[in-house]
Ligand binder design. Structure first.
Ligand code: CA
Length: 226
């Protein structure tokens, strides 16, 4: 059964989550602060992390960012007491897979955990690196190196490029990008995808206005050519 790491500083919340998750058959480990959470994420190899945002010391955003920069790509569900759009977007930009707003029902959390674990299974089959033209990409770290210069990719840029490269020479529709990059409960407009592709082209193309690798397929979406 899957192992879940809870990073949360409220003891009552940890106990409640632990009881429910153990009852569902999950292995559970927990950390009461961000520093310990980071250490356990590396040592315990959890299958999923429930990460509170408001933590003593390092907050959830910092923990998520540091984990991703260390190449730990375990799925993360962020627990937030706030409901502002900005928090959700920031969390996802930093590499979280989903978020849930407190107070939440345990039933809803369990459904999210199952969905993320299911997607996480596909996650591990995703390609980890790519090399084309004068560009090398490490998708685990979200870094592209072009002509020897290291360029940071945002979470969405990284995942869009990863999906396009994995489907080399085949058109990938905007709907598929929405499904596989943004997931089931976020509804960005197709314009959002186009904006991310424009930024990606600026980062990896020699001439972003005449792209060689990230080609527009009119009426459908995009295609990667190496
Ligand atoms: Ca907290």
């Amino acid at each position: 059964m899957a192992k879940i790491l809870i990073v949360e500083d409220e003891p009552d919340m940890v106990e409640g989550l632990r009881d429910n998750l153990v009852y569902e058959g999950y292995d559970v480990v927990s950390a009461g602060d961000g520093e310990t959470g980071l250490a356990l994420a590396a040592e315990e190899s959890p299958d999923l992390i429930l990460l509170d945002i408001m933590l003593p010391g390092k907050n959830g955003y910092q923990v998520c960012r540091e984990m991703r920069s260390k190449g730990i790509d375990v799925p993360v569900i962020m627990l937030t007491a706030k409901s502002q759009e900005v928090d959700k977007v920031l969390g996802l930009e930093l590499g979280a897979d989903d978020y849930i707003t407190k107070p939440f029902s345990i039933r809803e959390l369990l459904a999210r955990i199952k969905a993320v674990l299911r997607r996480g299974g596909a996650h591990t089959k995703k390609i980890k690196t790519a090399e084309f033209g004068n560009v090398k990409v490490d998708f685990r770290r979200g870094i592209a190196v072009k002509d020897g210069n290291s360029i940071e990719l945002s979470h969405y840029e990284n995942e869009i490029l990863r999906l396009l490269v994995a489907n080399k020479d085949e058109p990938v529709s905007r709907n598929r990008l929405l499904d596989e990059v943004w997931g089931y409960d976020l509804f960005p407009t197709t314009r959002t995808i186009d904006n991310h592709v424009v930024k990606l082209r600026q980062k990896i193309e020699d001439d972003p206005h005449n792209p060689r690798h990230l080609v527009t397929v009119h009426g459908i979406g995009y295609k990667f050519i190496d």
